[in-house]
Design a protein around this ligand. Structure first.
Ligand SMILES: NC(=O)c1ccc[n+]([C@@H]2O[C@H](COP(=O)([O-])OP(=O)(O)OC[C@H]3O[C@@H](n4cnc5c(N)ncnc54)[C@H](OP(=O)(O)O)[C@@H]3O)[C@@H](O)[C@H]2O)c1
Length: 263
Protein backbone atom coordinates (compact mmCIF):
# COMPACT_ATOMS: atom_id res chain seq x y z
CA UNK A 1 0.00 0.00 0.00
CA UNK A 2 1.24 3.53 -0.81
CA UNK A 3 2.56 5.51 2.14
CA UNK A 4 0.17 8.17 3.42
CA UNK A 5 1.08 11.74 2.55
CA UNK A 6 0.60 14.50 5.13
CA UNK A 7 1.04 18.25 4.66
CA UNK A 8 1.90 20.23 7.80
CA UNK A 9 1.94 24.03 7.80
CA UNK A 10 4.03 25.92 10.37
CA UNK A 11 6.59 23.12 10.24
CA UNK A 12 9.67 25.27 10.89
CA UNK A 13 9.26 25.30 14.68
CA UNK A 14 7.20 24.37 17.71
CA UNK A 15 4.10 22.22 17.34
CA UNK A 16 4.25 21.97 13.53
CA UNK A 17 7.90 20.86 13.59
CA UNK A 18 7.13 18.30 16.28
CA UNK A 19 4.19 16.93 14.29
CA UNK A 20 6.20 16.77 11.06
CA UNK A 21 9.10 14.94 12.78
CA UNK A 22 6.85 12.48 14.63
CA UNK A 23 4.80 11.60 11.55
CA UNK A 24 8.00 11.10 9.53
CA UNK A 25 9.25 8.68 12.22
CA UNK A 26 5.91 6.87 12.00
CA UNK A 27 6.38 6.26 8.28
CA UNK A 28 4.22 8.98 6.75
CA UNK A 29 5.52 10.96 3.78
CA UNK A 30 5.54 14.47 5.24
CA UNK A 31 5.68 17.84 3.51
CA UNK A 32 6.35 20.69 5.92
CA UNK A 33 5.52 24.25 4.91
CA UNK A 34 6.70 27.52 6.52
CA UNK A 35 8.70 30.58 5.56
CA UNK A 36 11.92 29.70 7.47
CA UNK A 37 13.68 26.36 7.10
CA UNK A 38 12.96 23.99 10.02
CA UNK A 39 15.03 24.34 13.18
CA UNK A 40 17.47 21.47 13.82
CA UNK A 41 17.64 18.11 12.09
CA UNK A 42 14.62 17.03 10.08
CA UNK A 43 13.94 14.26 7.58
CA UNK A 44 10.71 15.46 5.99
CA UNK A 45 10.46 17.39 2.74
CA UNK A 46 10.30 21.13 3.28
CA UNK A 47 8.78 23.66 0.88
CA UNK A 48 9.28 27.32 1.75
CA UNK A 49 5.72 28.71 1.74
CA UNK A 50 4.02 31.76 3.17
CA UNK A 51 0.43 30.69 3.88
CA UNK A 52 -0.83 34.21 3.15
CA UNK A 53 0.57 34.02 -0.40
CA UNK A 54 -1.85 32.34 -2.84
CA UNK A 55 0.79 31.80 -5.54
CA UNK A 56 3.17 30.15 -3.04
CA UNK A 57 0.39 27.83 -1.80
CA UNK A 58 -0.57 26.94 -5.37
CA UNK A 59 3.07 26.17 -6.21
CA UNK A 60 3.60 24.05 -3.07
CA UNK A 61 0.43 22.02 -3.61
CA UNK A 62 1.26 21.49 -7.30
CA UNK A 63 4.78 20.27 -6.37
CA UNK A 64 3.42 17.81 -3.77
CA UNK A 65 0.70 16.44 -6.05
CA UNK A 66 3.06 16.09 -8.99
CA UNK A 67 5.44 14.03 -6.86
CA UNK A 68 3.08 12.03 -4.66
CA UNK A 69 -0.19 12.03 -6.67
CA UNK A 70 -2.11 12.06 -3.39
CA UNK A 71 -2.55 13.84 -0.05
CA UNK A 72 -4.12 12.00 2.90
CA UNK A 73 -4.05 14.67 5.57
CA UNK A 74 -3.49 18.37 6.15
CA UNK A 75 -2.47 19.77 9.53
CA UNK A 76 -2.90 23.54 9.69
CA UNK A 77 -0.44 24.68 12.31
CA UNK A 78 0.92 27.98 10.95
CA UNK A 79 0.00 30.78 13.29
CA UNK A 80 1.13 33.89 15.12
CA UNK A 81 0.17 35.92 18.16
CA UNK A 82 -0.07 39.59 19.01
CA UNK A 83 -0.76 41.21 22.36
CA UNK A 84 -1.96 44.69 23.21
CA UNK A 85 -4.93 46.88 23.97
CA UNK A 86 -7.62 47.04 21.30
CA UNK A 87 -7.50 50.84 21.54
CA UNK A 88 -3.90 50.93 20.30
CA UNK A 89 -3.99 48.09 17.76
CA UNK A 90 -3.47 49.20 14.17
CA UNK A 91 -5.37 48.08 11.09
CA UNK A 92 -2.12 46.53 9.81
CA UNK A 93 -1.69 44.43 12.98
CA UNK A 94 -5.35 43.37 12.80
CA UNK A 95 -5.03 42.38 9.14
CA UNK A 96 -1.73 40.54 9.65
CA UNK A 97 -2.94 38.18 12.36
CA UNK A 98 -6.19 37.44 10.52
CA UNK A 99 -4.23 36.89 7.32
CA UNK A 100 -1.92 34.28 8.86
CA UNK A 101 -4.23 32.52 11.33
CA UNK A 102 -7.52 32.63 9.44
CA UNK A 103 -6.90 33.31 5.75
CA UNK A 104 -3.80 31.09 5.71
CA UNK A 105 -5.78 28.19 7.19
CA UNK A 106 -8.59 28.69 4.70
CA UNK A 107 -6.33 29.15 1.65
CA UNK A 108 -4.20 26.04 2.23
CA UNK A 109 -7.27 23.97 3.09
CA UNK A 110 -9.12 25.10 -0.02
CA UNK A 111 -6.14 24.22 -2.22
CA UNK A 112 -6.01 20.68 -0.79
CA UNK A 113 -9.73 19.83 -0.52
CA UNK A 114 -9.92 18.20 -3.98
CA UNK A 115 -6.99 15.89 -3.15
CA UNK A 116 -8.40 15.12 0.31
CA UNK A 117 -11.79 14.24 -1.19
CA UNK A 118 -10.07 11.65 -3.39
CA UNK A 119 -8.36 9.95 -0.43
CA UNK A 120 -11.20 10.51 2.09
CA UNK A 121 -8.54 12.23 4.14
CA UNK A 122 -8.37 14.29 7.28
CA UNK A 123 -7.86 17.97 8.17
CA UNK A 124 -6.56 18.88 11.61
CA UNK A 125 -6.69 22.56 12.53
CA UNK A 126 -4.63 23.77 15.48
CA UNK A 127 -6.89 26.11 17.40
CA UNK A 128 -6.39 27.38 20.94
CA UNK A 129 -8.05 27.40 24.34
CA UNK A 130 -7.79 31.20 23.87
CA UNK A 131 -10.53 30.73 21.27
CA UNK A 132 -12.81 29.24 23.92
CA UNK A 133 -11.82 31.53 26.79
CA UNK A 134 -11.33 35.07 25.49
CA UNK A 135 -8.14 36.59 26.88
CA UNK A 136 -8.01 40.40 27.30
CA UNK A 137 -5.03 42.04 25.58
CA UNK A 138 -4.96 38.95 23.32
CA UNK A 139 -8.38 39.80 21.97
CA UNK A 140 -7.39 39.55 18.32
CA UNK A 141 -5.57 36.25 18.85
CA UNK A 142 -8.68 34.89 20.59
CA UNK A 143 -10.82 36.16 17.70
CA UNK A 144 -8.70 34.35 15.11
CA UNK A 145 -8.84 31.11 17.08
CA UNK A 146 -12.65 31.33 17.43
CA UNK A 147 -12.64 31.72 13.65
CA UNK A 148 -10.44 28.63 13.23
CA UNK A 149 -12.77 26.53 15.41
CA UNK A 150 -15.87 27.77 13.59
CA UNK A 151 -14.19 27.18 10.24
CA UNK A 152 -13.35 23.64 11.33
CA UNK A 153 -16.90 22.88 12.48
CA UNK A 154 -18.53 24.20 9.31
CA UNK A 155 -16.01 22.46 7.10
CA UNK A 156 -16.51 19.20 8.97
CA UNK A 157 -20.20 19.21 8.05
CA UNK A 158 -19.56 20.29 4.45
CA UNK A 159 -16.99 17.54 3.85
CA UNK A 160 -18.69 14.75 5.81
CA UNK A 161 -20.53 13.31 2.78
CA UNK A 162 -17.17 13.02 0.99
CA UNK A 163 -15.65 11.04 3.84
CA UNK A 164 -13.19 13.84 4.73
CA UNK A 165 -12.86 14.19 8.52
CA UNK A 166 -12.14 17.56 10.17
CA UNK A 167 -11.06 18.14 13.76
CA UNK A 168 -9.70 21.02 15.86
CA UNK A 169 -6.94 20.52 18.44
CA UNK A 170 -6.58 22.97 21.36
CA UNK A 171 -3.81 23.18 23.97
CA UNK A 172 -1.01 25.33 25.38
CA UNK A 173 2.57 24.22 24.83
CA UNK A 174 6.07 25.47 25.35
CA UNK A 175 7.25 26.74 21.96
CA UNK A 176 8.85 29.67 20.18
CA UNK A 177 5.33 31.12 19.95
CA UNK A 178 5.94 33.06 23.19
CA UNK A 179 9.08 34.75 21.89
CA UNK A 180 7.55 35.35 18.45
CA UNK A 181 4.47 37.12 19.86
CA UNK A 182 4.33 40.71 18.56
CA UNK A 183 3.93 42.75 21.75
CA UNK A 184 2.42 46.20 21.83
CA UNK A 185 4.19 48.76 24.02
CA UNK A 186 2.05 51.47 25.55
CA UNK A 187 2.69 54.31 27.96
CA UNK A 188 -1.03 54.83 28.57
CA UNK A 189 -1.26 54.54 32.37
CA UNK A 190 -4.73 52.99 32.04
CA UNK A 191 -3.20 49.97 30.26
CA UNK A 192 0.58 49.79 30.76
CA UNK A 193 0.77 47.80 34.01
CA UNK A 194 -2.28 45.65 33.24
CA UNK A 195 -0.92 44.78 29.81
CA UNK A 196 2.47 43.87 31.23
CA UNK A 197 0.90 41.66 33.92
CA UNK A 198 -1.46 40.01 31.45
CA UNK A 199 1.27 39.13 28.96
CA UNK A 200 3.49 37.82 31.78
CA UNK A 201 0.66 35.54 32.95
CA UNK A 202 0.14 34.23 29.44
CA UNK A 203 3.88 33.71 28.92
CA UNK A 204 4.06 31.86 32.23
CA UNK A 205 1.22 29.53 31.12
CA UNK A 206 2.95 28.87 27.79
CA UNK A 207 6.42 28.38 29.29
CA UNK A 208 4.98 25.88 31.77
CA UNK A 209 2.87 24.26 29.09
CA UNK A 210 3.36 20.77 27.74
CA UNK A 211 6.08 19.83 25.30
CA UNK A 212 4.81 20.18 21.70
CA UNK A 213 5.35 16.43 21.27
CA UNK A 214 2.19 15.96 23.37
CA UNK A 215 0.14 17.74 20.70
CA UNK A 216 2.02 15.84 17.98
CA UNK A 217 1.08 12.50 19.58
CA UNK A 218 -2.57 13.58 19.79
CA UNK A 219 -2.49 14.42 16.06
CA UNK A 220 -0.84 11.07 15.23
CA UNK A 221 -3.62 9.24 17.10
CA UNK A 222 -6.32 11.32 15.41
CA UNK A 223 -5.01 10.44 11.95
CA UNK A 224 -5.92 6.81 12.65
CA UNK A 225 -9.47 7.57 13.75
CA UNK A 226 -12.39 6.85 11.42
CA UNK A 227 -14.72 8.97 13.56
CA UNK A 228 -12.68 11.70 15.28
CA UNK A 229 -14.34 14.11 17.71
CA UNK A 230 -15.17 17.68 16.64
CA UNK A 231 -12.44 19.06 18.91
CA UNK A 232 -9.77 17.69 21.23
CA UNK A 233 -8.32 19.69 24.12
CA UNK A 234 -4.82 18.66 25.17
CA UNK A 235 -3.99 18.57 28.90
CA UNK A 236 -6.17 18.04 31.97
CA UNK A 237 -6.05 21.70 33.09
CA UNK A 238 -7.30 22.97 29.74
CA UNK A 239 -9.93 20.22 29.46
CA UNK A 240 -11.24 21.41 32.83
CA UNK A 241 -11.26 25.10 31.74
CA UNK A 242 -13.19 24.26 28.57
CA UNK A 243 -15.65 22.16 30.56
CA UNK A 244 -16.17 24.91 33.17
CA UNK A 245 -16.71 27.50 30.44
CA UNK A 246 -19.71 25.46 29.25
CA UNK A 247 -21.03 25.06 32.78
CA UNK A 248 -20.56 28.46 34.43
CA UNK A 249 -22.51 31.66 33.72
CA UNK A 250 -20.76 33.93 31.19
CA UNK A 251 -20.63 36.83 33.65
CA UNK A 252 -18.66 34.70 36.13
CA UNK A 253 -16.27 33.38 33.47
CA UNK A 254 -15.70 36.93 32.24
CA UNK A 255 -15.00 38.16 35.78
CA UNK A 256 -12.52 35.34 36.46
CA UNK A 257 -10.69 36.06 33.22
CA UNK A 258 -10.68 39.79 34.01
CA UNK A 259 -9.11 39.16 37.40
CA UNK A 260 -6.52 36.78 35.92
CA UNK A 261 -5.59 38.64 32.74
CA UNK A 262 -7.27 42.04 32.65
CA UNK A 263 -6.99 43.75 36.05
N1 LIG B 1 2.30 27.58 21.96
C1 LIG B 1 1.11 27.54 22.48
O1 LIG B 1 0.94 27.60 23.70
C2 LIG B 1 -0.10 27.41 21.61
C3 LIG B 1 -1.33 27.24 22.23
C4 LIG B 1 -2.45 27.07 21.45
C5 LIG B 1 -2.34 27.11 20.08
N2 LIG B 1 -1.15 27.31 19.49
C6 LIG B 1 -1.13 27.36 18.04
O2 LIG B 1 -0.22 26.39 17.55
C7 LIG B 1 0.24 26.80 16.26
C8 LIG B 1 1.75 26.65 16.22
O3 LIG B 1 2.33 27.53 17.15
P1 LIG B 1 3.61 27.16 18.00
O4 LIG B 1 3.25 27.24 19.41
O5 LIG B 1 4.25 25.94 17.47
O6 LIG B 1 4.50 28.47 17.69
P2 LIG B 1 5.79 28.71 16.79
O7 LIG B 1 6.89 27.86 17.27
O8 LIG B 1 5.97 30.20 16.77
O9 LIG B 1 5.34 28.21 15.35
C9 LIG B 1 4.55 28.96 14.49
C10 LIG B 1 4.71 28.39 13.11
O10 LIG B 1 3.86 29.09 12.21
C11 LIG B 1 4.62 29.44 11.07
N3 LIG B 1 4.11 30.64 10.41
C12 LIG B 1 3.86 31.85 10.94
N4 LIG B 1 3.47 32.70 9.98
C13 LIG B 1 3.48 32.00 8.81
C14 LIG B 1 3.19 32.32 7.46
N5 LIG B 1 2.80 33.55 7.09
N6 LIG B 1 3.31 31.34 6.53
C15 LIG B 1 3.71 30.10 6.87
N7 LIG B 1 3.99 29.73 8.13
C16 LIG B 1 3.89 30.67 9.08
C17 LIG B 1 6.03 29.68 11.60
O11 LIG B 1 6.96 29.51 10.56
P3 LIG B 1 7.75 30.70 9.81
O12 LIG B 1 7.88 31.84 10.76
O13 LIG B 1 9.03 30.02 9.47
O14 LIG B 1 6.95 31.01 8.60
C18 LIG B 1 6.14 28.55 12.59
O15 LIG B 1 6.55 27.37 11.95
C19 LIG B 1 -0.26 28.22 16.04
O16 LIG B 1 -1.40 28.17 15.22
C20 LIG B 1 -0.64 28.67 17.44
O17 LIG B 1 -1.66 29.63 17.42
C21 LIG B 1 -0.02 27.45 20.22
Amino acid sequence: MAKKVVVVSGASSGIGLSIANLLTQKGYVVYGLARRTPQGKHEFSFISTDVTDDAAIHQAVATILEKEKRVDALINCAGMGISGAVEYTSKEEFQKIFDVNVYGTFALTKALIPALRETKGMIINIGSVAGVLTIPFQTFYSMTKVAVSTFSEGLRMELKPFGVRVVTVLGDTKTGFTAAREKQQTTDPGYAKRLEKSVKMMEHDEEHGKDPITVAKVCARLLKKKHPPVAVTVGFKYKLFVFLKRLLPSRLVNTILFVMYGK
